[in-house]
Design a protein around this ligand. Structure first.
Ligand code: NAP
Length: 243
C-alpha cells in the first residue's frame, strides 16, 4: 500500500488489516513510517505489519522494494496505489517542476508500482490493484490543474491496466474519494468559505471520513469483486452525481 504512513492510506491499510490482510506500509519519511508500522504491529501483530520506505516516483527504488517485499514478506496479492500530493496555484503561475512533481507522484507512481507488482502477479494468475483516484478524476476546479490532470489520467491508467492484465486474472479498479478530512485537506476544512461550499455542494452534507472508504476497499481487495474490472467507485457523498 503506497503512501500509507498517514492519512487515507493508513486508514485503508488498517481496514484491510482488520479484514485479515498482512500489510506492507510505505512512505517517504522513515521515522513517520516506523511509527505507523509499530502502531499497526501493536494492533494486528508484528508478523502482519511491515514498513518499507521508498520513493514511489523512482523506478529503480520501486523495483528493488517490490523484490525485497516479495522475498521478505511474501507474494503481493493486493496493491493499493495511494501515494499522492496536492499543489494549489492558478495554472498561469504553475512552475514546470511543480506540474511534474504532482504528475509523477499521483500518476507515474501508479504505473511504476503497478508494473512492478503486475510482473509478479501475472505469472501467478491473480492480483488486485486499487488506484486511489479523486473527485478530480471526473471534475475540475480552479487552482489544481496538475492534480486534476493526474487523477483523470489515473482513471484511464486503470482502464489501460485492465486492457492488458485482466485476461491474466488481475482486477484493477479505482476508488475516488470525495472531500475527506485529512492532513492534506485541513487547510480547506479551516477555510470557512470552502467548508460552507463543501457542505452545500455535497448531497450528503458533510465531509467524508477515511472510514467511509474501508468498505469499498475491502470489496475491491476481495473475491467479491472478481468480475469487476476497470471501474472507479466514487465515494463522495454524491458530489459527482449532481450539479
Ligand atoms: P496525505 O495525508 O498527505 O498522505 C500522503 C501519503 O503519501 C504519505 O504517507 C506520504 O508519505 C506518501 N507519499 C507522498 N509522496 C510519496 C512518494 N514520492 N513516495 C512514497 N510515499 C509518498 O494524503 P491523503 O489526504 O491521505 O491522500 C491520500 C491519497 O488520497 C492521495 O492519492 C490523494 O490524492 C487521495 N485523495 C485524498 C482526498 C482527501 O480528501 N484527503 C480526496 C480524494 C483523493 P510521507 O508521510 O513520508 O510524506
Amino acid at each position: 500500500m503506497t503512501g500509507s504512513s498517514r492519512g487515507i492510506g493508513s486508514s485503508i491499510a488498517a481496514g484491510l488489516a482488520g479484514a485479515g490482510a498482512t500489510v506492507v506500509l510505505n512512505g517517504l519519511d522513515g521515522g513517520r513510517l516506523e511509527r505507523a508500522r509499530s502502531a499497526f504491529a501493536a494492533e494486528f501483530g508484528a508478523d502482519r505489519a511491515h514498513g518499507y520506505a521508498f520513493d514511489v516516483t523512482e523506478a529503480a527504488a520501486v523495483d528493488a522494494a517490490v523484490d525485497r517485499i516479495e522475498a521478505e514478506v511474501g507474494p503481493i496479492v493486493i496493491l493499493v496505489n495511494n501515494a499522492g500530493v496536492q499543489h494549489r496555484e492558478p495554472m498561469l503561475d504553475v512552475a514546470v517542476e511543480d506540474w511534474q512533481r504532482v504528475l509523477t507522484t499521483n500518476l507515474t507512481s501508479a504505473f511504476l508500482v503497478g508494473r512492478a507488482a503486475a510482473r509478479r502477479m501475472i505469472p501467478r494468475g491473480a492480483g488486485k490493484i486499487i488506484n486511489i483516484c479523486s473527485v478530480q478524476t471526473e471534475l475540475a476546479r480552479p487552482t489544481i490543474a496538475a492534480y486534476t490532470a493526474a487523477k483523470g489520467g489515473l482513471r484511464n491508467l486503470t482502464r489501460a491496466m485492465t486492457a492488458e492484465w485482466a485476461g491474466a486474472g488481475l482486477q484493477i479498479n479505482g476508488i475516488a474519494p470525495g472531500y475527506i478530512h485529512t492532513e492534506m485537506t485541513q487547510p480547506l476544512v479551516d477555510d470557512p468559505d470552502f467548508n460552507d461550499w463543501i457542505l452545500g455542494r455535497t448531497p450528503a452534507a458533510r465531509w467524508g471520513t477515511a472510514g467511509d472508504l474501508l468498505g469499498p476497499a475491502v470489496f475491491l481487495a476481495s473475491s467479491a469483486s472478481d468480475y469487476v474490472n476497470g471501474q472507479v467507485i466514487f465515494v463522495d457523498g454524491g458530489m459527482t452525481a449532481v450539479v
